[in-house]
Design a protein. Structure first.
Lengths: 255, 303
């Protein structure tokens, strides 16, 4: 499957809460096939301090409409600049990059676990699982009610559970202490979120002997395996997050 | 039709746009974006005798108009290169050059001997300027005596064209270029990255796990250009300019200052097609200015 560099038109840039937004892009050319977990390297224009591209997970793809979406959290000047782009602006991206989540076997009990903006690749994954006959549970964790990313679309894919650290919505506490994890036994967990959260989920899966894949985020130079800047230490040695990942089985990670 | 070709001794390059070691993988990473064979040359990732895991993460930090890296020569070693990478890259219809690195003099010599038997590799780039390794690397390229010794030793065994990649982390880079020339180098390439640093104020520690790293990108271009200008006036062998070349105009600056060829580095991260775009832009510039041959503008400002 070939990688592309392309300028796509922004057809929507929607603010979700004080620091998250969704950019929707439309391609004139037919979009390439993308898989859940893959990402794009986005070029940020109009932000002089932002020299390198920024990697973002593919949030959603609609081949019929020829559109794709990125769910982005404002974390610095680059993402700030992206948040202020308008309908009609062009965005230059290199995609689709990296590996993808695995498709579990039939009759597996699956839960998608996302924290904060880490929910981004899980919508695409949830849809993919649905198309392949799975009805995953979905557990989403946020800091508080204000930081919640609306999840109506996830409701169509399976049961959705919410935690917030302060209890302002859903269950109170960290994601790993949510009651659904003790009420139900799972075969597979697909996870994306802040590193401490993914490590906690990884520990949980190791203890319970559950298959677990996490989508990692590291600083990247090129996104295509040329610079070797974005390594993650694994049992197989130092691997590139951009080409060997971003999805890793926790069995391979040295955490 | 403009002639873009140049020579290092009797080795012909069809055009003067090469890719810098460590920024272009082994070429195949870019196959989806460009026809790598269009380039004048491909300088592959720094290779060592034994496999190296490189430095711990974080290995990079973005800085104003540039970036720091401390990759530390992660590579799978020369055995792996010979068996797995060489057969693949020798298919490119361009000059594929191996960048070699060592911790000790004998490593460089052993690597040069290994490359001698690889028919499709016409030249080596002797990297005595990597700032990110504890042993060797820049230590060879910042001491005149060591530079002389390593170039002499490699020249004695190397049957390929020998390009010496110089470190900018010295008082007078022209001295090092002269030493390389005196000891039989066929060309010098410069600059490797500038030793730099960034501090993460939130976590109150260095941004790179190794503390320091190599600075590249447009931030280093004026320094690189100055050094190429100084070196081009000091030696007769062809000078290959490297440092922050992002577009054709940047490349032209290096030719005018005395570079016979250039390497595109960090620019390939932001646009994987940068090298080919720069090549096309150089040709357009020469046509627009009415030159027939790239050599007419090499060192133009020094004439």
């Amino acid at each position: 499957m070939g990688k592309r560099i392309e300028s796509l038109k922004i057809i929507n840039n929607q603010k979700l809460n004080k620091d998250s937004f969704i950019i929707e892009l439309w391609g004139k050319e037919k979009l390439p096939e993308m898989r859940p977990g893959q990402f794009a390297e986005i070029k940020v224009e109009g932000s002089p301090g932002t020299f390198l591209r920024r990697p973002f997970s593919i949030h959603d793809v609609n081949y019929g409409e020829n559109t794709l979406k990125f769910l982005i959290q404002i974390a610095g000047k680059g993402t700030e600049a992206l948040s202020s782009l308008e309908k009609g602006d062009m965005l230059n991206i290199i995609y689709p990059l990296g590996n993808s989540f695995s498709l579990p076997g039939n009759n597996q009990r699956i839960i998608l676990v996302g924290g904060g903006c880490g929910v981004a690749p899980l919508l695409f994954m949830g849809k993919y699982l649905n198309e392949n006959g799975h009805n995953p549970d979905i557990l989403l964790g946020f800091r508080n009610n204000e930081s919640i990313i609306e999840y109506d679309e996830y409701l169509e894919l399976g049961r959705v559970f919410i935690t917030t650290e302060d209890g302002s919505r859903g269950e109170k506490g960290f994601i790993t202490s949510h009651s659904v994890l003790s009420a139900q036994s799972y075969d597979s967990i697909f996870c994306c979120g802040p590193l401490p959260m993914m490590k906690a989920v990884g520990d949980y899966c190791r203890q319970k002997n559950i298959e677990c894949e996490v989508s990692l985020e590291t600083l990247m130079g090129c996104g295509i395996g040329a610079c070797l800047c974005c390594i993650v230490t694994t049992v197989k040695g130092n691997l590139c997050t951009c080409t060997d990942g971003p999805v890793f089985n926790i069995k391979d990670l040295i955490w | 039709m403009v002639n873009l070709g140049f020579n290092i001794g009797d080795l012909h390059f069809k055009n003067p746009v090469l890719t810098a070691s460590g920024t272009f993988g082994h070429g195949s990473e870019f196959d989806d974006f460009i026809d790598v064979s269009r380039l004048g040359g491909l300088i592959v990732k720094g290779t060592t005798l034994e496999p190296r895991e490189g430095n711990p993460s974080p290995r990079m930090a973005e800085t104003p108009s540039g970036m720091l890296n401390s990759v530390g020569l992660q590579n799978k070693g020369i055995d792996y290169f010979e068996k797995n990478i060489y057969p693949r890259i020798s298919k490119y219809k361009t000059n594929v050059i191996v960048n070699i690195n060592g911790s000790y003099f004998k490593d460089y010599v052993a690597l040069a001997e290994r490359i001698n038997i690889l028919d499709k590799i016409p030249a080596i780039e002797l990297n005595i300027s990597c700032p990110n390794v504890k042993k060797g690397g820049m230590a060879f390229g910042t001491d005149p005596g060591s530079t002389r010794k390593v170039v002499k030793a490699v020249r004695a065994v190397c049957s390929k064209k020998l390009i010496v990649k110089l470190s900018p982390n010295v008082t007078d880079i022209a001295d090092f270029a002269r030493i390389a020339e005196e000891e039989g180098a066929d060309s010098v390439s410069l600059i490797n990255t500038l030793l730099g640093m960034a501090v993460d104020t939130e976590n109150m520690k260095p941004s790179l796990a190794t503390g320091t790293g190599g600075l590249s990108g447009p931030a280093v271009k004026p320094v690189a250009l100055r050094m190429v200008w100084q070196v081009a006036k000091a030696v007769k062998i062809p000078v290959i300019g490297i440092g922050g070349i992002m577009n054709p105009d940047d490349a032209i600056e290096f030719f005018l200052a005395g570079a016979s060829a250039i390497q595109v580095g960090t620019a390939s991260f932001i646009d994987p097609r940068a090298s080919v775009k720069i090549l096309e832009g150089i040709e357009q510039y020469l046509e627009k200015k009415g030159f027939n041959d790239i050599s007419e503008i090499v060192g133009y400002i020094n004439k």
